[in-house]
Design a protein around this ligand. Structure first.
Ligand SMILES: Nc1ncnc2c1ncn2[C@@H]1O[C@H](COP(=O)(O)OP(=O)(O)O)[C@@H](O)[C@H]1O
Ligand SMILES: N[C@@H](CCC(=O)OP(=O)(O)O)C(=O)O
Length: 263
């Protein structure tokens, strides 16, 4: 397997916002520092970020995600700008320019729009910019109504990684690894450090989010891992509480869960 040169990192709401619903500025800052270090060391780095709604809940002093789609979309509109301003400031401290890309799933079915998107991303790479992607929640309801599991940032990140031929995808979440069962519910759950195939047993072990803020839980991460492995690439799942762990993954250390097919 090639070195991790072109890397997609996906960060979930559960990392951007803490258990009390507060924006996790120190973690966002360390994430910016880590990604800027990688980029300035010669890697090509792209960030897929969730958290627009999570950030807006904090801004609007709400303690839970509303059920109504228009209210969720309004929160996404409020939070996305703020989320980007936090990233802008955090990356600027490390002298790193970022660019915002908002995508919907139909982009991947439209060759013209897809080419425009990848051309813009390639240009940002060649100019040393880190693209930051989120789903365009205001016009895409698939992620927010919880009805369609395809509309989530885990799978979006896997699709982006596939299109830009990334060497690997690193998913940051609020768990240390994939476990044999949800570790927040089952105290006997055991971590799985290496997965070569998403079997039915593994699929059954994955349930939804228990944080109350993340949407996909482990099921969407497994779909992302499946697509990534089918594509001959690899995905690492690690805890986002210390974004410097990204460097450990790239150095080949056994950390979190590595989803990698047998070659
Ligand atoms: N088998 C499993 N192993 C690990 N976590 C699991 C598993 N099944 C369900 N989960 C849940 O998935 C959550 C992570 O998903 P989510 O909250 O959507 O995070 P994010 O916001 O990072 O995408 C964990 O906190 C845990 O509650
Ligand atoms: N696009 C949404 C992400 C939805 C969400 O919570 O996703 P995740 O935390 O990755 O399970 C947002 O920015 O709020």
């Amino acid at each position: 397997m090639a070195e991790w040169h072109r890397i997609v990192v996906k960060v979930g709401t559960s990392t951007i916002v803490d258990l009390e619903g507060q924006i996790n500025y120190p973690v966002i800052n360390r994430l910016a520092q880590t990604l800027a270090t990688l980029r300035q060391g010669g890697h090509e780095v792209l960030l897929v970020t969730s958290g627009a709604i999570g950030v807006a809940l904090s801004q609007m002093d709400l303690d839970q995600r509303p059920k109504e789609i228009p209210r969720q979309q309004a929160l996404a509109a409020i939070g996305q700008g703020y989320l980007m301003s936090i990233y802008h400031q955090s990356f600027a401290f490390y002298k790193q320019i970022v660019g915002q890309v908002l995508l919907t799933y139909d982009v991947f079915d439209n060759p013209g729009m897809l080419a425009n998107t990848t051309n813009a991303i390639e240009t940002m790479f060649s100019e040393g910019v880190i693209p930051i992607i989120n789903e365009n929640d205001v016009i895409a309801v698939d992620e927010l109504d919880h009805q369609h599991s395809f509309g989530d940032n885990d799978y979006l990140a896997a699709l982006v990684a596939k299109e830009i031929k990334a060497d690997g995808l690193i998913v940051l979440s609020d768990v240390d690894a994939l476990y044999t069962a949800n570790p927040n519910i089952d105290e006997n759950a055991q971590p799985l450090h290496q997965v070569a195939e998403i079997t039915d047993t593994i699929r059954l072990s994955a349930t939804g989010s228990t944080s109350g803020l993340g949407t996909g839980g482990m099921s969407t991460k497994l779909r992302a891992a499946d697509l990534t492995m089918q594509n001959g690439s690899r995905m690492a799942l690690i805890n986002g509480n210390d974004p410097a762990n990204i460097l450990a993954v790239i150095a080949g250390q056994k950390i979190g869960t590595l989803f990698e097919g047998q070659s």
